[in-house]
Design a binder for this molecule. Structure first.
Ligand SMILES: [Zn+2]
Length: 249
């Protein structure tokens, strides 16, 4: 009996187990929760955002689509996860077939969103965004024929992205959140989307940078400034080196 009590006592942990508190709204650890920076009340656009999210995107720790989902009123930002669309989702199938649906996809066929907006001021659009890296987005496009019939649009944005944690492939390459915020500001004719939806992202980036994340400039910036490591490939480097050796001094 006594030994049992001693056994129990010996097995009481010296410190209570550490519970990681998770925000039940954004589902992130409380110390990196950005909910306090969300627009309150959520913004209510007339236009709708439809995000088709690549499965790999959901696993990233710095994904931005949830900020958009929580920053807009219910039903204004719909997120569909997967690689094959519409799948068995009839709501999505109907949305993708509506004539007022636009696909943000830069290609020779795509039209500047500002041009569309200026011609159809009273129209409400469904704006489809492919959420993933550029190769993932390209694969999603080519693998889903329902997307091929949708009017393709592009955004012309100036200035570097706020989202500087991930290396951006080129200047003007924006996160899904920034792209959607910019597009909504154009379609709604209201800067509030551009300003307020980005605030949680800024606070997230500030936190990450303060805690040791490296700020990555875009490849384009690094190539221009000769700091991009893959600027000269191995083979070319060899050729250059042998040329140096062969050069008469
Ligand atoms: Zn939160």
């Amino acid at each position: 009996m006594e030994s049992e009590v001693l056994f129990d006592l010996a097995n009481i942990p010296a410190d209570p187990p550490k519970m990681r508190s998770i925000c039940n709204k954004c589902e992130r650890p409380s110390r990196v929760c950005w909910c306090g920076a969300l627009p309150d009340p959520p913004l209510s656009p007339r236009n709708k955002i439809i995000i088709l999210q690549h499965p790999a995107e959901e696993k990233r720790s710095l994904r931005t689509a949830p900020i958009l989902h929580l920053g807009l009123k219910e039903g204004s930002c719909l997120i569909f996860k997967g690689k094959h669309f519409p799948g068995r989702n009839h709501e999505l199938e109907a949305l993708l077939q509506q004539p007022n649906t636009l696909l943000l996809y830069p290609s020779p066929k795509s039209i500047d969103l500002r041009e569309i907006q200026s011609k159809h001021i009273d129209c409400n659009f469904n704006l489809v965004l492919l959420d993933g890296t550029w190769p993932q987005a390209k694969a999603m496009y080519s693998g889903n024929s329902i997307l091929h019939g949708i009017q393709q649009i592009k955004l012309v944005i100036n200035g570097p992205s706020n989202y500087i944690i991930r290396t951006q492939p080129t200047e003007g390459c924006f996160s899904t959140l920034e792209t959607a915020a910019e597009a909504l500001s154009i379609l709604e004719g209201d800067n509030v989307y551009r300003e307020k939806l980005i605030t949680p992202l800024k606070s997230l980036c500030d936190y990450q940078l303060q805690n040791g994340a490296v700020s990555h400039e875009s490849k384009e910036f690094r190539i221009k400034n000769n700091t991009y490591p893959k600027l000269v490939g191995k083979r070319l480097n060899k050729v250059l080196k042998s040329a140096e050796i062969l050069q008469p001094s």
